[in-house]
Design a protein around this ligand. Structure first.
Ligand SMILES: NC(=O)c1ccc[n+]([C@@H]2O[C@H](COP(=O)([O-])OP(=O)(O)OC[C@H]3O[C@@H](n4cnc5c(N)ncnc54)[C@H](OP(=O)(O)O)[C@@H]3O)[C@@H](O)[C@H]2O)c1
Length: 293
């Protein structure tokens, strides 16, 4: 396949690019900066997008800006989809985040809006909602220990997923084709139901409960609305992650518990960023730590 890879220079993009090349795809990495062998384009202005999508079969869309999110992620994705539709692109795979509809963060609201743009974009799509990458947890713990002790809400709950595992999943989703798409004969942009038009179910066949049940109803390989959830092999509290992080760094700093107030804290403590969807990635937090420290 000819694939346009936005966000190719980023954390996830750096794992996805070699993975797709390994599968024999013709990959066109995209960046705002001119680089040999890459296409230069800017989602925020639209410059270069028409040339970037020309002749591609699929787009793996990873580019994102936590600071200029509306311009880049929402309006930029709209620009990208308009060009993709005009160019006859057959699959847009957008990497999103588990729990964006349950955790009140401005960045997450924008990601949700970007998902809606993709759903109504008239190009068959997959919304691959991933859990947090280990680098993000690492940055969070560094930031929390600037004053000495590790100041964290110990009960915040995560399911970190390695970017290499997400890259593998992206490769298999591309092979499987779009999980959602325009209904034939329907007005442009109207989404179909699930990948195979089947109701979503807990892929493990387990009774699910609470937020995890909501996740399972959205996730899984044949997810409704083209959403596929993908997380790491282990659900862990931030305290557990912090203790492994300290051990890996040979640090004796104490962990001082604080409580994050409000809806954000409640949702993340209750597991809103985790999923029961299977399969999960295989690489663990401790594997990331062993490689890094
Ligand atoms: N970090 C996490 O824990 C996590 C978890 C789940 C999902 N995700 C999602 O996964 C995706 C990739 O995340 P990441 O951590 O790999 O991101 P990242 O390292 O911050 O990289 C962001 C990328 O976006 C590109 N970009 C930014 N503004 C752009 C613009 N105006 N036009 C074109 N490209 C632009 C940058 O490319 P240039 O600078 O080369 O132009 C860069 O490659 C994001 O959509 C993110 O929301 C992240």
């Amino acid at each position: 396949m000819n694939i346009l890879l936005t966000g190719a220079s980023g954390n996830l993009g750096s794992a996805v690019l070699p993975r797709l090349v390994k599968d024999g795809h013709e990959v066109r990495p995209m960046s705002r900066r001119a680089r040999p062998g890459w296409v230069a384009a800017d989602l925020a202005s639209g410059a270069g997008l028409a040339e970037a999508v020309r002749g591609v079969d699929a787009i793996v869309h990873l580019a994102s800006s936590p600071t200029k999110t509306r311009k880049t992620d929402v309006e930029g994705t709209r620009r990208l989809l308009a060009e993709a539709r005009a160019a006859g692109v057959r699959h847009v795979l957008y990497v999103s985040i588990i729990g964006i509809d349950r955790v009140p963060l401005p960045y997450y609201r924008m990601k949700l809006a970007a998902e809606a743009v993709i759903r109504s974009g008239g190009v068959p799509f997959t919304l691959l909602r991933a859990a947090q990458f280990p680098t993000l947890i690492d940055v969070l713990l560094r930031g929390s220990s600037k004053l000495g002790p590790v100041l964290i809400d110990p009960k915040l709950t995560f399911q970190p997923v390695a970017v290499e595992d997400v890259a593998d999943r992206i490769a298999s989703e591309l092979a499987d084709g779009p999980a959602g798409g325009a209904v034939p004969g329907a007005p442009a942009g109207q989404p179909a139901s699930g990948a195979a038009g089947q109701p979503a179910s807990d892929p493990a066949g387990q009774p699910a409960s609470g937020l995890a049940a909501q996740s399972a109803s959205q996730g899984g390989p044949a997810a409704a609305d083209g959403i596929v959830e993908f997380a790491g092999p282990t659900v862990a509290t931030l305290e557990e992650l912090a203790r492994e992080w300290l051990r890996a760094r040979g640090s004796k700093r104490p962990v001082w518990p604080i409580r994050i107030p409000g809806r954000f804290g409640r949702a993340v403590r209750a597991g809103a960023l985790t999923t029961t969807a299977k399969p999960t990635g295989t690489r663990r937090w401790r594997d990331y730590l062993a490689a890094k420290y």
